[in-house]
Design a binder for this molecule. Structure first.
Ligand SMILES: [Fe+2]
Length: 189
């Protein structure tokens, strides 16, 4: 189940609020300029579907967002718990950073945890299958895929060459909860 927990930036051990309903999560995030949507596949997707099949199943929503936001390219990333580089891949975005373009992810399967640091608060968003999150450029955040990564995600970009993390040098991410593996990932291990 998707989940949003909101913290004061100084207290990673005590959430101020927790939301499990999609509409509540979307409302709280919209208030700080973060997009959160649920998308439905327009055609069935079997495990092991190709990148083209995945994109085709969500074509209408992808096109809408590309039109509205000016994104110019789209791809699909897939990670499984047995990936040999999973520890290194996890560490890559585990500390607070920003990007010069929006970070837009739609979870076709599995889950991932985005934590956003905005105006003295921390918004921890557990994204599950069917969730889209759009983190605006310049927003401080980090991303956790847990020690057993399991997700298929569509990514939208304005410019893939600009896809570089600028680390803030702050250690705030270490004071907030890390992601618990997806139940399917735990079974697969
Ligand atoms: Fe990021």
């Amino acid at each position: 189940m998707s989940r949003l927990r909101i913290y004061d930036e100084t207290r990673g051990d005590a959430a101020l609020a927790r939301h499990d309903r999609h509409a509540d999560i979307a409302r709280e995030l919209a208030a700080v300029g973060v997009r959160f949507e649920q998308w439905q596949a327009t055609q069935p997707l079997a495990p092991g579907a190709s990148q083209d099949e995945v994109i085709a199943a969500y074509r209408d929503d992808i096109d809408r967002l590309m039109r509205e936001q000016g994104y110019r390219s789209v791809d699909v990333i897939s990670l499984t718990p047995d990936h040999p580089d999973r520890a290194a891949l996890r560490r890559k975005f585990l500390s607070e950073h920003t990007h010069s373009e929006d970070e837009v992810r739609f979870f076709v399967a599995g889950s991932g945890q985005f934590t956003l640091h905005i105006d003295g608060k921390v918004y921890e968003v557990l994204c599950e299958q069917g969730d889209l999150i759009g983190v605006p450029d310049g927003t401080r955040h980090w991303f956790d895929m847990s020690e057993s990564p399991y997700f298929v995600a569509i990514r939208l970009f304005t410019n893939t060459e600009g896809w570089v993390a600028r680390f803030t040098g702050e250690d705030i991410a270490e004071r907030f909860p890390r992601m618990t593996p997806h139940p399917s990932a735990a079974k697969a291990n």
